[in-house]
Design a protein around this ligand. Sequence first.
Ligand code: IMP
Ligand code: MG
Length: 178
Amino acid sequence: MKTISVLDKSFEEYISHRDIINRIKEIAENINTHFEGKDPLFLGVLNGSFIFAAELYQRIEVPSNMSFVKVSSYSGTKSTEHIKQLIGFDIPVKDRNIIIVEDIIDSGLTMTHVLEQLSDMGVKSVAIATLLFKPNSFRGSYKVDYKGFDIPNDFIVGFGLDYDGYGRNYDCIYKIKQ
Ligand code: IMP
Ligand code: MG
């Protein structure tokens, strides 16, 4: 089992690159089927989603657009309770079928924030695609349409996900060693 160090912590391989890519291919096939003729607009949520978004979007075969929004938790003790909008919507979303692309849905608050913003903007529909989902942490009240993997509440890095800004570059998912 491959082990890596990121800053002061050790992580072990949890989901291989091959398993991630195979799952992304399945998600892309489903989206290609469901969104044929629907001209979807993919909205990646930065920073974490950039690798998943790139791997997913290269496998999308329906005419569509891709853009990004950037949100971030405030640093501090209640890190997930206050969300900052750092880059907003740079492309009209009115009357579009939106597919939000996230790396991970944990408590679900970041996604709630993005959904609240979109709810005032006259979109035609909203779907959610996330590579990773923590069912035991999720407190949202919305449906997650496309999920790569359900994972336990362990902290993970790699494939875009970071620990204090580091570790995004690894091509598979690593789980923290207890
Ligand atoms: P949520 O708002 O609690 O759903 O968390 C969303 C954000 O927290 C994600 O977009 C990630 O940036 C970050 N996050 C949650 N869990 C992890 C993890 O296990 N590793 C790295 N980042 C995480
Ligand atoms: Mg994220």
